[in-house]
Design a protein around this ligand. Structure first.
Ligand SMILES: [Zn+2]
Length: 160
């Protein structure tokens, strides 16, 4: 869940709509439209097809219908409803200091990008990996400290 306390007060009323408008309500990375029902290509992550309510079937972004064979061969079985979110990139500050993707108050246009859930997850992936690494490192240090405490005690008892 988003904690809007970390965001500027005009996030929902001004900033978010401004970025979505700039993006033409599409993911700025893979260009899927917001709220569309789509299937993704299994080998090309930037290709997708959209459910067309008039065709009652999936069509390419240019409106060309998808053949049954293409759908079965090239597209995922599961369907996804696209929900765009605004990602804070964390670009460097004007003074040259490092940016921070966790700083939700940094709403410079260049720092914000509209992304579908999949592209957003991929953006956050390096953070998830970095956090997992940190957790593993912390556990390793804890284990080593326990080992030192344990062997220290053993040496103490051994000395008696
Ligand atoms: Zn996307």
């Amino acid at each position: 869940m988003i904690n809007y306390k970390n965001y500027p007060p005009n996030w929902l009323t001004e900033i978010r709509p401004r970025i979505l408008k700039r993006a033409y309500n599409r993911c700025e990375q893979c260009s899927v439209p917001d709220r569309a029902l789509i299937k993704r290509n299994t080998s090309d992550k930037f290709k997708w097809v959209i459910f067309d309510t008039e065709e009652l079937g999936y069509v390419h972004p240019n409106g060309r219908p998808l053949t049954y064979e293409q759908r079965e061969r090239d597209y995922t079985e599961n369907e996804v409803i696209v929900i765009l979110t605004i990602h804070h990139i964390g670009i460097p500050k004007p003074d040259g200091s490092a940016g921070d993707p966790h700083d939700k108050m940094d709403c410079r246009d260049d720092n914000l990008i509209a992304l579908c859930q999949r592209c957003h997850l991929l953006q956050d992936l390096p953070n998830h990996i970095a956090n997992a690494k940190k957790t593993r490192l912390r556990k390793k240090i804890e284990r080593e400290q326990e080992e030192i405490a344990r062997t220290g005690q053993l040496q103490l008892f051994g000395g008696l």
